[in-house]
Design a protein around this ligand. Structure first.
Ligand code: PXP
Length: 239
């Protein structure tokens, strides 16, 4: 099986820090552990409400640690400006709702072509690889391709919710079919959302899978075994 990269989302290291408004746990320290434990990328979602990751986290991890940074962000002029200044290695455009606990699904692309095409073009021109978070839906994948995205991150939320239920095989099949289309369009194939130590292996084995972005399960496990072991264990499941 080909090497599937692991992007480790450290948003919830910042969630814990924000709970007390102090310096710890530090995202820079978390990023160092992620890279030294075999994580291929550090992932941060800079939300418009700044509920966890702050602008300073992005800047500090960029300047103080050597390694790839993947930024998840809403497709807004504010976020585009921040990305062009901070220069993450890659960006994933995600939908954002003010009151949601976490991202609720793939981007709705209908009627947004000119606006999204412009953001994707500007980020690409700056050398930033752009992915679009999409449901395993051929229309959305083709639309993101037509807007110039380099990669699709398939939303695995429904697959994760169907784990252990009858629907699980169908959800996995939808991801596999969507994966074929992404590869046919010669784009990078990523996936994420709700993946954990139990449900990750079938997604990692989808043909052509390049990268999985995983946060909540790794940071939760880190509370009991430490971040190094939590990353190493997940990385092993991807091989
Ligand atoms: N990918 C995207 C686009 C996301 O929005 C998130 C959640 O921030 C993740 C992956 C990671 O999801 P989880 O924290 O459930 O592993």
């Amino acid at each position: 099986m080909k090497h599937v990269k692991l992007g480790v989302n450290i948003d919830h290291v910042a969630t814990l820090r924000q709970a007390r408004g102090e310096k710890n746990p530090d995202t820079v320290e978390a990023a160092r552990v992620v890279y030294s434990s075999g994580g291929d990328m550090v992932v941060m979602h800079l939300r418009q409400d700044r509920r966890h990751i702050q602008d300073s986290d992005l800047d500090r991890v960029r300047h103080d640690v050597k390694g790839l940074i993947h930024l998840e962000m809403a497709a807004t002029p504010e976020m585009e400006k921040i990305a062009l200044k901070a220069r993450p290695d890659s960006v994933c455009l995600v939908p954002e709702g003010a009151r949601e606990l976490t991202t609720q699904g793939g981007m709705k692309l209908d009627g947004r072509k000119p606006e999204l095409e412009k953001i994707i073009k500007n980020l690409s021109k700056a050398g930033i690889e752009v992915s679009v978070f999409a449901d395993p839906d051929p229309m959305a994948i083709r639309a993101a391709h037509n807007m110039g995205a380099d990669a699709i991150e398939l939303c695995t939320k429904n697959y994760a919710a169907a784990w252990g239920k009858k629907l699980q095989a169908k959800e996995l099949e939808q991801l596999q079919l969507a994966g074929y289309l992404v590869k046919e369009l010669e784009m990078e194939l990523h996936a994420g959302h709700g993946l954990d130590y139990y449900n990750v292996a079938p997604v990692a084995r989808i043909e052509g899978m390049d990268c999985l972005n995983i946060g909540f399960s790794i940071i939760s496990r880190a509370m009991f075994v430490g971040l190094k072991s939590a990353v190493t264990e997940m990385k092993r499941l991807l091989q």
